[in-house]
Structure formats: C-alpha cells, structure tokens
Design a protein around this ligand. Sequence first.
Ligand SMILES: Nc1ncnc2c1ncn2[C@@H]1O[C@H](COP(=O)(O)OP(=O)(O)OP(=O)(O)O)[C@@H](O)[C@H]1O
Ligand SMILES: [Mg+2]
Length: 459
Amino acid sequence: MGRSLTQRLVFLTLVAVLAMEALIFVPAVARFRLDWLTERLAMAQLASLAILATPEGALDDDLERELLDRAGAASIVLRRDGTRALVLSALVPKPIDATYDIRAPATFRSMLDVMVSLNAPEGRHIRVIGRPDPSSLDEVEITLDEAPLRAALWLYAQRIFWLSLIVSLPTAVLIFTLVHFLLVRPMKRIVGNMAHFREDPEDLMRVIQPRSRVSEIADAERELNSLQTQVRDSLRERARLAALGEAVAKIAHDLRNMLASAQLMAERFEASRDPLVRRVGPKLIGSLDRAIALCESTLRFGRAEEAAPVTRRVALSALVDDAGENIFPEHEPDAAIRFENRVPPEMLIDADPDQMFRVFTNLIRNARQAFESAGRGGVVTVEARHGDACAEIDVADDGPGMPTRALENLFQPFRGGARKDGSGLGLAIAHELVAMQGGRLTLASSTTRGTRFRITLPA
Ligand SMILES: Nc1ncnc2c1ncn2[C@@H]1O[C@H](COP(=O)(O)OP(=O)(O)OP(=O)(O)O)[C@@H](O)[C@H]1O
Ligand SMILES: [Mg+2]
C-alpha cells in the first residue's frame, strides 16, 4: 500500500465496504437457503394435494415420478395427527445424510446449517421437514439431493460478492475525488507556497493568499499567511536596522574626526582674554570630549550598543548643572523657557556620570523642544531625593504634555518620535542607559499641564 493520503483512503474504503458485506453475507445466504427450501416444500405440497384429490389407486408410477420431478424431491410425506397421510417416493430410496427442520424461526442454527451446506461434500441426500401452509396437515417432509441447493447457494454468494465490489468501487472513486480536491490539492498548494516563499521571503508576491473553502485548510492558509507576513516584516526591519547601523558607524567615524579638530581649536580659548570665552571654553571642551568618547564607543562596539557603565559616586547637582547648561547655554534669567536645578547640592549618587549626563540632556532637551514647538514659555526643573534604598530624580516641565503617538510607543526606538525633526531615539536611549545602571526610567505623569519623567537609581 502506498503512503499517500489518497491511496490509504481508497484502500481503507474498499476494506470497509467488503467488511460490511462480509458481516451481512452469512445471514443473507442463510435467509436465501430457507426461502429456497420453503419454496421446494410448497411445490411438494401442491403436487401432493392434487394426488389427494384423485380416487385411491388411480395414480400410476409414471405420473408419480413426474410429480416428484416437478417438486424437485425424491420423496414426499404428508402427516396428519401423527400418521402418514400420503407417501410419494422414488423407486430406490437413498440413505439420508442430514435432516433439517425448518419449522423453527431462522436463528443462529440456520447460519451454521448454510455454512455446512456450502462446504459439504458432493452428492449428499437430505431430508427437510416443514409446516404446510395453510392446511389441516401437521407437516410436510421431503427428501432431495443437495446438489441443486448448493449450486443455487454458490451462485447467490457470488452475486453478493460482485455486487459488493461494484458498490465499493464507485465509493472509492468518489472518496478519491473528494479527498483529492478538498485536501490533497490545497495541501500541495500550501507546501508549494512554503518552498516558493523560502526562496525569497522578502518578495511580497510570495505570501500565500487564503483561498480554500474548507475551513481547516483555510485556517492553515491564514496562519501561514500571517506567519509569512511577520517573517517578511521582521526581515525588512532587520535589513533596515543593519543599514542604519552601518550608516551610524560611518557617521560616528567622520564625526569623531571633525570633533577632534574642533576640540583642538577650542583649546585655544583658554588663552583668550575675554572672560566669557574663558568661562565657556572648558565647558565646550568637556562637551566635545564626551562627544568624541561616544563616537569612539559606537565604533568600538560595531553597532549602536552601549558600553557597560562605569559606576562611581558623583555629585548629582553638578552633573545636572552640566547637562542643563548644555541645553540652556544662554544664561538669561528672564528668558521665556528656563531651567532650574533644584537638586540638593550635597546629594551623591552611584552612577556612570557620562551616561547620566546623556540621560539628563535627552530629557531636558525634549522638554525644551516641547515648549518651543508649542510656542510658549515655561520652566524645566530637576528635583531629587533619597528614597527607600534608592535615589529618585524627576525631570519635570509645565509644558503641553506628551502627544498620543509618543505615549503609545513610549521608550521604543524610532516609533515614539512625534517631532518633525526628531528621530524618536532620545527616550529609548535614556531608558536603556538608566536600565543598564540597574535603575528605571518611567513616565510619572503627562497632562496638558506638564510632563514628569522619573529616574529611580539603586543606592
Ligand atoms: N517633556 C516632553 N513634553 C512633551 N512631549 C515630549 C516630552 N518628551 C518627549 N516628548 C515627546 O516624545 C517624543 C519622543 O521623544 P524622543 O526623545 O524619544 O524622540 P525625539 O525627541 O522626537 O527625537 P530625538 O531622537 O532627536 O530625541 C517626542 O517627539 C515628543 O513628541
Ligand atoms: Mg528627544
């Protein structure tokens, strides 16, 4: 037997139909045998009734033999009240091989009898006893050769066999056709599509389109469709990120060189006689230092992955001052947008100062940009306090609040950006940097009256 679904189903159908036929075969043949014998008895009775109507002794041997032949019997006995009413018999009586009483209703016994009849040796002579119908007689008894009965039984059995075969063949063909069209073909289509898709998963045209009307197959097609769509999307995303990574590396490389030359020039500020230039100079050099270090770490790690933090005790207030000055370098106390550092001057935290500097600049810059794009003024504040085994630092503003798109994709790279010129990376970077130091960056609140981000750092 083949291993394909169709071959198996056709084979099993044939077996099932033949098994069913085998089950009904024995009772059917037994019934056929009883009917055959009953008919013989009826004919015998009919023949003998004709004789009973004729005067005694008017029957000659030829007529008697003729009557027996017609009834298909070797002898006929009718009985009434236990005595023999009429006996017709052939010239030489044969010995009886078996006696069958068919007055009892068809039972298991009759099924055994038919199996014996079918398999009995040739030339048996049997006696059959039945009840006449309707009559004053008690019973009719005939003897006959078994050969015609056996022949009729075998013929009947063969007919049943061929009939079963004829019934099961169209059934098998029907099942084959149904299975082929409903299952095999859709399955082949799915498998073919999988192979086709594998060759080029990024090709939009290779995603399977659900078509089957069989719900299970349609489910499989739908699932495959969404799987392929997901695979294709994530491949695209990866390709995009890989391209971006390469671009970032190139930018970082050349930016580092430009920053390094800017740094060399800025070092000359120290010699200036202008007090403002002398004050801003070192800060500018510090910023350039950090920028160069960032470019270098990006290049070293080959992708935009952060270096492990180097934690130490740092004065938080000074760090916040640095970041604030970076975003608000103007130093104008009455400007529309102001920065306020409310961190207690003596407060120390355990953190990587370079990374925290980047976190603060991102958060403070976002707040400033929110004011600017809303076209209004306000104040950005940083507050801090020691909590339970942690330090809590809030960067807050009384600006317009976060747009929905930014809220829905909070801290997700590229997705959360709602600014025209933004890349949507700032918050994601800040979030990652805080997490790397064992802390958490959360959005404490954002309403139309302001936004508050909270950094929790372990003490
Ligand atoms: N304090 C804030 N007030 C209002 N909206 C804010 C605030 N901080 C962030 N947002 C919103 O969240 C978005 C995401 O900020 P994020 O810093 O991640 O990206 P970006 O500022 O758009 O781009 P960039 O990568 O240049 O920082 C911003 O576009 C802005 O709409
Ligand atoms: Mg930003």
